[in-house]
Design a protein around this ligand. Structure first.
Ligand SMILES: Nc1nc2c(ncn2[C@@H]2O[C@H](COP(=O)(O)OP(=O)(O)OP(=O)(O)O)[C@@H](O)[C@H]2O)c(=O)[nH]1
Ligand SMILES: *[C@@H]1O[C@H](CO)[C@@H](O)[C@H](O)[C@H]1NC(C)=O
Ligand SMILES: *[C@@H]1O[C@H](CO)[C@@H](O)[C@H](O)[C@H]1NC(C)=O
Ligand SMILES: [Mg+2]
Length: 383
């Protein structure tokens, strides 16, 4: 299997039968995706020589030790997109950035780069957490990162505090990145402008099921919150996308290591109240609630389906999962191996496409996706 990079090899073996089915299914749905995309992109969002038309930035929470992985991500984002659009970068850390780090990322871009630290209250175990109970969880839980304080603080921070950091104060939109991500295709239009002109609030590339042990009481807590605030529910939401037969949470979430978001969504009264409610309930520590399911549940409940956008024209990778636009193995400005792009026909992506289709075209007799569905399992970066 020398033609495969080793980081993909275990994926291929694990999912080979599903993959073959997925390739056929992916071919079948390729056409309708492209049509949707073209229909909504009837304006010109290409690069202009003027200043960026949207107040937006590419943003990441990172550690000094992430320098190499972040440089790898930035190199691709610059080459694929930002060298033509010049959006600024904002990096935030729980410790001061080193000179080496600042120099190392600034070397890669002509854009403005800002570096910030965060304040203590946004990076702590809150005083209402029962330390004894929390320590016991860290010792006994078996899910990935179970033993880590910092991972939980990171998830809490990205759920409730990153969008409120002073460096992000003037932004209308952010595009979140992480170390070690890859962008496989040229992005020849401005996704911020695209979102702004189409009234979109949340953009995503990969949808996955969650490790349910990390969020055992998240849905229960969410239901209690909704019980107190039924007025926060959007009328034409994607609620059905995240719920199953019994009405409970099915674990589907957008991977928040990529997200392009209209920050007015996170700054809204409903999102803030939701985060505060979750924070008080303690699940960021007693369990390991991730910012991905928290953001996703909020998007699926508080936004209308028309405000959520699947960037299915982006080729994207975060360990260990990739996604490719249909047909990109053969054409276009992509180097993206769609054979490995198994999440696209995974349960959560297919369910999203079908439910969104149903909401947008209530009278349509056909589903958006009629091919096979991959039963993708939650992933963890084993590095
Ligand atoms: N400053 C800082 N950033 C962190 C810390 N922990 C994680 N991050 C950043 O938060 C983001 C998510 O962390 P990752 O370790 O990539 O988490 P993940 O992608 O869920 O990891 P896997 O589940 O292992 O794939 C990355 O941008 C990290 O650099 C931390 O303790 N301090
Ligand atoms: C949900 O939480 C409430 C309050 O903590 C608890 O009484 C109830 O049993 C929980 N329900 C489920 C299904 O876990
Ligand atoms: C959702 O759509 C309804 C009906 O079109 C509208 O009244 C409501 O304000 C929208 N919700 C949001 C969050 O934009
Ligand atoms: Mg990561």
């Amino acid at each position: 299997m020398a033609f495969l990079s080793s980081r993909y090899a275990h994926l291929l073996f694990r999912h080979l039968p599903l993959l073959l089915a997925g390739v056929i299914g992916g071919y079948l749905i390729g056409t309708s995706n492209t049509e949707n995309r073209l229909a909504i992109r009837d304006e010109d969002y290409s690069a202009s020589t003027e200043a960026p038309p949207v107040r937006a930035a590419i943003v990441a929470l990172v550690r000094n030790s992430d320098l190499f992985g972040l440089r790898q991500s930035m190199r691709q984002i610059e080459d694929r997109f930002n060298s033509r659009f010049n959006y600024p970068y904002i990096f935030v850390n729980d410790e001061p950035f080193t000179e080496e780090f600042k120099q190392g990322v600034s070397d890669l871009t002509d854009s403005h780069v800002e570096f910030g630290t965060l304040d203590h209250d946004s990076w702590k175990v809150p005083e209402w957490i029962d330390q004894e109970r929390y320590e016991k969880v860290k010792l006994t839980a078996t899910y990935p990162h179970a033993e880590k304080d910092s991972y939980r603080k990171m998830c809490r921070f990205q759920s409730g505090f990153l969008h409120r950091h002073p460096l992000l104060k003037d932004l209308e939109y952010y595009w979140r990145i992480e170390p070690d991500v890859e962008y496989f295709c040229d992005i020849d239009y401005d996704p911020f402008l695209f979102m702004k002109q189409n009234g979109l609030k949340y953009g995503w590339t990969i949808a996955m099921p969650e490790f349910m042990d990390t969020i055992a009481t998240l849905w229960n807590t969410t239901e209690q919150f909704i019980g107190e605030h039924p007025e926060y529910l959007a009328k034409h939401s994607l609620r059905e996308w995240i719920t199953g037969n019994g009405g409970g949470y099915n674990g589907c979430h957008f991977w928040s290591n990529f997200e392009i978001v209209d920050l007015s969504f996170y700054r809204s009264a409903e999102y803030q109240a939701y985060f505060d409610y979750l924070d008080r309930a303690g699940g960021f520590f007693y369990e390991r609630w991730g910012d991905a399911p928290v953001h996703s549940i909020a998007a699926a409940l508080f936004l209308n389906a028309t405000q959520v956008h699947y960037f299915d024209d982006f080729g994207y990778f975060h360990p260990q999962v990739s996604t490719c636009p249909g047909g990109s193995k053969q054409r276009g400005r992509c180097v993206c191996d769609s054979d490995l792009s198994i999440v696209q026909n995974g349960f959560c992506s297919v369910r999203y496409r079908n439910i969104k289709h149903q909401i947008l075209h209530p009278d349509s007799p056909t589903a958006a996706h009629s091919g096979p569905v991959n039963h993708v399992k939650p992933f963890v970066d084993s590095t």
